[in-house]
Design a binder for this molecule. Sequence first.
Ligand code: URA
Length: 209
Amino acid sequence: MDGVTVINHPLVQHKLTIMRKKETSTAGFRRLLREISTLLCYEVTRDLELTHETIDTPLTTIDAPVLEGKKLVFASILRAGNGLLEGMLELVPSARVCHIGVYRDHDTLEAVEYYFKAPESLAERLTIVVDPMLATGNSSIAAVEKLKERGAVNLRFLCLLAAPEGIRNFQAAHPDVPIYTASIDSHLNEKGYIVPGLGDAGDRMYGTK
Ligand code: URA
C-alpha cells in the first residue's frame, strides 16, 4: 500500500502476537509494548540523515557519523500513545516530546484539543506521531492537524495496528505523512474496534478494564 510501511521484522511480529492474546496480563502487555516500541522506533528512523563530526577516539581522530539536524520530536496522542513513547525514548533519549490530547467532535466534526504541549521550532524538526491504534483515524488526523497548525511540516505517523478504513481516512487528510505500522488488520467493527486487533490498547496497558 502506497505511503504505508509494514514493519514485518520477525521479532515485531512475534511480540505483537503475544500482545494480541486476550490472556496476556497487563504487566506482560506493557513490557511487550516497551520492547516492540524500540523495534518500531528503529525502523521509523532507519533513513534519518547523517552528518559527520570530528572526534578523538583513544587511538586517533576520525570523522564520525552523527544525526543531522535538530532533535527529533516524538508526539504522543494521549493516552495510549504514551505506551509507545517509553521504549522510543530509551532508544533516542535526547528526543523532545510533545503530548497531544485531542478528539473529533461527533456533531461538529471539529478537532477538539484538550491538551497540547510541544517543544519549540517544530518546523525545523522531524515529528514522529505515535498512537498504538489507527482505527477510524479521527484522533490521529486531528492530532496531525494541530501539529501542522503549530508549524510541523516533516511528520511521520507510527502505530502498532492499522485498520484499512483508518489508513484511507488518514491518507485523505494528510497525504504527506507516511504511516508506519506493524500490521494492517482486517477491518473495524461496529464499535470502532480493530479486528482482529488487540482490544482497547489503553485499557490493556493500564489495566483499566
Ligand atoms: N482503539 C483501541 O484501543 N483499540 C481499537 O481496536 C480501536 C481503537
